[in-house]
Design a protein around this ligand. Structure first.
Ligand code: FES
Length: 115
């Protein structure tokens, strides 16, 4: 699948150093606001929208993990999500999921690969 250079999000090495990273892209007429996280399976991207209230999860830039880096944390009411599939396992939206965003790596750069 081809990706547009405009849809480049970050360098994979930069993501691996930071563990998580937020991004915003203009894709056609839509603004895609999401975040990337490093997981045991590699990395994942999700929309930055909690399934509980539809608000952004993080209260600090680029920080989405809980303190022991086992789960993704919604800072509003403390919901915890599994990094690899975005399923909520604790909090007010248990069994709901973060919405995945399609991404792929080409030559060390992470690209949005939807649409
Ligand atoms: S808004 Fe995320 S847990 Fe309530």
């Amino acid at each position: 699948m081809k990706v547009k250079p405009d849809y480049a999000i970050c360098e994979l090495a930069d993501l691996q150093k930071r563990q998580s990273l937020s991004f915003t892209l203009n894709v056609k007429d839509e603004v895609v606001s999401g975040f990337l996280v490093v997981t045991e399976q590699g990395f994942r991207a999700y929309k930055n929208s909690c399934p509980h209230w539809g608000v952004e999860l993080n209260w600090k830039p680029d920080e989405f993990f809980n303190v022991d880096f086992t789960h993704l944390l919604c800072s509003v009411h403390g919901a915890l999500f599994k990094p690899d599939d975005g399923e909520c396992v604790f909090g007010p939206c248990v069994r709901q999921r973060l919405e995945p965003i399609p991404v792929k790596v080409i030559d060390g750069t992470v690209y949005y690969s939807g649409k």
